[in-house]
Design a protein around this ligand. Sequence first.
Ligand SMILES: [Zn+2]
Length: 125
Amino acid sequence: MLANGTESHSTIVLKNCHRCGQEFRSDYKDRICSICRMPKERDGKPTSQHLSFREKQIVDLICQARQNKEIAYQLHLSEGTIKEYLNRIFRKISVKNRTELAIWALTRRVSVADTSLRLTSAEAQ
Ligand SMILES: [Zn+2]
């Protein structure tokens, strides 16, 4: 029985969020999960801690104590680009430096491996 007057034709489906790759349930045409859809917090708070695939790659390398030069080489990007990515990541997750970033990543187990698995399953659909 429908408790709150939901349309009878609505179907709950499991989707992969296009933003963060997480699976979520939706009965709408949403392509992103409710977490990503949440409106921006009031000023001062970071909007989202979602990292892009590229950002996670960089976080992974930071966790391996790589220098910007090495990261740039490995990802075929310029050192300046790596710095831009890093600054963006720092702002996103509210850390001041790469050491804090590494700690943040390790405690949250942010990993490219996890992301690529999710991306693969999303693309297979
Ligand atoms: Zn999401």
